[in-house]
Design a protein. Structure first.
Ligand code: GFB
Length: 319
């Protein structure tokens, strides 16, 4: 891909968008275009159309989304379905109108059915019902995948969809009510250690299995897809193995140095029992993740401590 290409990273302040911006800069891309929410509200269709008409974008990386962990998804389904549908339709349609040929849309492994055969292949999409704790978000993301496919078919665009498994890394959300499990447990372990607590509370039973991908690996996969001129399709992005939430909690406690007991809060939902992605589609093309979970958690923890140094953890990390 041309290093002078005008690449719009939508959602550049989020965990995925900021990883994309870092990676593009490291690879020498010179025209990376970003807009804060104040500068461009992606839920405002007229504003999005104006932006695309004036900016002559070549490539869109659509990482802007309303995201959250299991509790936020389960309790705010209206916000998750509405905001994601509107952002996707506005950006994808405006990109097509402005003759943007290439776009990468980011979804999530929760688009696949709850009771999927494991590991989950891309073709299992829409074969049986979704996990209820995040079906609103999943429906919005499935709509994004289908928008890309439909526009490619009707308008000859080259819009690709990447479905990462559960992500973690720098710039994650550490608010305990709305975050995903990995940042939540990092924060809880850090605070428990500082406070000298005897226990750390883990939601649910600890038995669900999850796969975790460092967001820098997702950025690497995105550049791989762009630089290999992939023009269409749905691609899972993961590491190819998973672990239980209990094992994750133990690994985090080890990295952080918290030596107390784990307590499981059965009043909180477990969510889908397992969602291990089959990553052979990208692997056959030559891409695989390189950041191991323990190393990734250790570097994320360093980043967490540095970003919030100088103030009490609880006060520093409110969303
Ligand atoms: O990461 P998480 O919130 O989302 O939760 P999902 C994963 C598992 O970790 C669930 C457990 O079984 C949680 O009950 N868990 C344990 C915790 N302790 C905690 C904690 O302190 N905080 C959180 N958040 N979880 C989301 C979807 O599903 O994953 C989204 O809701 C999206 O739509 C995202 O797909 C990647 O993996 O269950």
């Amino acid at each position: 891909m041309n290093k002078q290409a005008r690449i719009f990273v939508a959602g550049h302040r989020g965990m995925v968008g900021s990883a994309l911006v870092r990676r593009l800069a490291a690879d020498g891309y010179q025209n990376v275009i970003t807009r804060s929410r104040k500068e461009l509200d992606l839920t405002d269709q007229a504003a999005v159309n104006r932006f695309f008409e004036s900016e002559k974008i070549d490539v869109v990386l659509l990482a802007a989304a309303r995201v959250g962990g299991i509790l936020a998804n389960a309790t705010q389904p209206g916000e998750f379905i509405y905001e994601n549908l509107v952002i996707e339709t506005n950006v994808i349609h405006a990109a097509y109108r402005a003759k943007v040929e290439r776009l990468v849309f980011f979804g999530s492994s929760c688009i696949y059915p709850k009771q999927c055969p494991q590991p989950i292949r891309e073709e299992y999409l829409l074969t049986s019902p979704l996990e209820p704790t995040n079906d609103a978000y999943a429906i919005a993301k499935i709509a994004g995948v289908k928008l890309c496919e439909a526009y490619n078919r009707e308008y000859n665009t080259q819009y690709v969809a990447l479905m990462p498994t559960n992500l973690y890394g720098p710039n994650d959300n550490y608010d305990l009510k709305s975050s995903h499990v990995l940042p939540a447990l990092l924060r809880k372990a850090h605070e428990a250690k500082l406070n000298g607590d005897a226990t750390l509370t883990v939601w649910g039973s600890g038995t669900p299995l999850r796969e975790f991908l460092h967001v820098d690996d997702l950025a690497a996969a995105t550049l791989f897809v762009l630089e290999h001129n992939v023009t269409e399709g749905l691609f899972n992005v993961g590491v190819g193995n998973d672990l239980s939430i209990r094992e994750l909690a133990e690994c985090i406690c080890k990295v952080v140095g918290f030596e107390g007991e784990l307590v499981f809060d059965a009043s909180k939902p477990d969510g889908t029992p397992r969602k291990l992605l089959d990553v052979s589609r990208l692997a056959h093309m030559g891409w695989q993740a390189t950041i191991g979970l323990t190393d990734g958690i250790a570097s994320t923890y360093r980043d967490f401590v540095e970003s919030h140094a100088g103030s009490t953890p609880a006060a520093a990390i409110e969303a």
